[in-house]
Every structure is written in structure tokens, then in C-alpha cells.
Design a protein around this ligand. Structure first.
Ligand code: AG3
Length: 272
């Protein structure tokens, strides 16, 4: 008997995974959550039928979400992740000598699933520099002023509870919560399937931050495979920063990749 899981990558494109076993399924307070063990991609976390991560390629996304802003900043002490309840982004942040890494995840179910099924990611929760808040990130950030060096928005797609994390008003609050040389990064979807969204975000972020840059990575299990991250920086020009060396292990990120990631294909440049 064959058991397949499919995600609609767009209205007319599906990506399917052959599943070995369903490990968990529940309706949390906010969404439907599933953990599958798949043949070729290993364990996968699914929220509302959308693949959030697979063990095969999670390193690309989590390394690029974290190391690009952290090395661009160069001296981050306080870092905030909004979303990212699986712990993958936090794990990468904690490879840097930060003092505090806060994570605000709205859905406790995601944190529990990570603890039970993704120990390689949720290992980050045990670090004494990590502090986990089960709250709405939009409300959490409103009263924070001039506090975080880096803010990373590790959200789901802009549907359901994540819609507000793609709004201009939220980016304004992120700006206020950052220190004077602070940097923020958000995952901003595929330029193939979500070009309008990317365009709008770029416009909103540029109207708030001194520097706005998009960078890219290849993530085979996300729609379009080519994925964008949008960075807003208050003072540091990301394109003037070079990274000489890194003193921990990575699987995707290197100093060369850091530089190359800001080089955009012509059609992406045209979108933004
Ligand atoms: N954040 C979700 C990325 C969006 C995936 N979209 C999709 N498959 N349609 C990932 C959370 C991992 N920390």
C-alpha cells in the first residue's frame, strides 16, 4: 500500500512525498499539525497541509535565516526569533556568541512536536541563553523598544495566524524594537509563486529601513525551490560586509555563499 502526502505549491502544482509512517497528527489551537516520516526526506513537519521543514533540507533554510544577518551585524548580543517554534533557527543562532536568544512562537503545539519528534532542532531549547515565549509575536514586539540587535521572522506562509507578520505596521514595530544598528530578516517566499508578495514586502521594508536587501537560497522542498529572504538594516550596509571565516560547522552557509546570496537573478531584480 502506498501512502503519499501532497502539498499544493500553487493552485496548479503539487509536490508529493512517499510517507513511511504518520508519527503525529493533531488540531492545535491555531492549525492542523502533522509529523510524517518520509522515504526520501526523512521526518517532516506539516502545518495546515504546508511543509514547514524536512530533515533533508532544513539546514539550508535555518542556516541562511540566521548566519546571514548575524554575520552581517558582527556583534549581536540579543536576538529574537518570531515563529520558528521547531527550534531550527534558534539552533543556528546559538552557534554565535550571543548573550540572549528569545523565541516567540504562538503555537505551543509546534514547540511540543519539535521536542518529541525533532530533537536535532529542539536541542536549542536546552541552551541557557535561550528563552521561549508561547505568545503572539505581533503583540510581543509592540512594547519592545531599542532592545534586539537582530530580529528574525521565521513564519509560515501569509495565511492564518501569520498574516500580520507580513504587514507594514508589524515591520514598523520591528524597526522600533531593534537597536540603532539592528537588522531584521524575514522569510519572503518564492519569487516564482509569490512575486506580488515579495514586491510588496520589499516596498514596505524599504520605506522603513535605510537598507533593504533580498537574498536567496535553494530549498528543494519549498515551492519553486528558489527561496527569498528580505533583510532590513538600520545602519550597516549588508553589501559592504565581508565574512572572513566561520569557526563552527555549517552544511550550506559559507563566507562565499554569504556574498553570493545577495546576487539576484534578473527576474527577481525586476520583481523588487
Ligand atoms: N517556515 C515556513 C517556510 C514556508 C514554507 N512554505 C511552503 N512550503 N509553502 C519554516 C519554519 C521552519 N523553521
Amino acid at each position: 500500500m502506498e501512502f503519499w502526502f501532497s502539498e499544493y505549491q500553487s493552485k496548479n502544482v503539487k509536490m508529493s512525498y512517499r510517507i513511511r509512517m504518520q508519527l503525529h497528527r493533531e488540531k492545535t489551537k491555531f492549525q492542523e499539525l502533522a509529523v510524517f516520516d518520509s522515504e526520501d526526506c526523512g521526518r517532516m513537519l506539516i502545518l495546515d497541509d504546508v511543509v514547514q521543514l524536512t530533515m533533508k533540507d532544513e539546514f539550508v533554510y535555518h542556516e541562511m535565516m540566521s548566519h546571514v544577518p548575524l554575520f552581517t551585524h558582527g556583534n549581536a548580543k540579543k536576538v529574537l526569533v518570531i515563529g520558528g517554534g521547531d527550534g531550527g533557527t534558534l539552533r543556528e543562532i546559538l552557534k554565535h556568541p550571543v548573550e540572549e536568544a528569545h523565541l516567540v512562537e504562538i503555537d505551543e503545539g509546534v514547540i511540543e512536536a519539535a521536542k518529541n519528534y525533532f530533537p536535532e532542532l529542539s536541542v536549542a531549547f536546552k541552551d541557557e541563553r535561550a528563552k521561549i515565549f508561547c505568545e503572539d509575536g505581533i503583540a510581543f514586539i509592540k512594547d519592545k523598544k531599542n532592545f534586539y540587535d537582530i530580529i528574525i521572522i521565521d513564519s509560515t506562509d501569509p495565511i492564518g495566524p501569520a498574516v500580520g507578520l507580513f504587514a507594514k505596521e508589524f515591520y514598523n514595530n520591528v524597526y522600533e524594537a531593534l537597536t540603532e544598528d539592528g537588522i531584521f530578516v524575514a522569510q519572503t517566499e518564492s519569487p516564482f509563486f509569490f512575486s506580488e508578495l515579495l514586491k510588496r514586502i520589499y516596498k514596505d521594508v524599504s520605506s522603513i529601513f535605510k537598507y533593504t536587501n533580498v537574498y536567496i537560497a535553494t530549498i528543494p522542498t519549498y515551492p519553486g525551490a528558489l527561496w527569498t529572504f528580505t533583510m532590513g538594516s538600520k545602519k550597516i550596509n549588508p553589501l559592504e560586509r565581508t565574512v572572513d571565516k566561520i569557526d563552527f560547522d555549517t552544511k550550506y552557509y559559507t563566507p562565499e555563499i554569504h556574498k553570493a546570496a545577495f546576487v539576484l537573478p534578473a527576474f527577481v531584480k525586476k520583481i523588487i
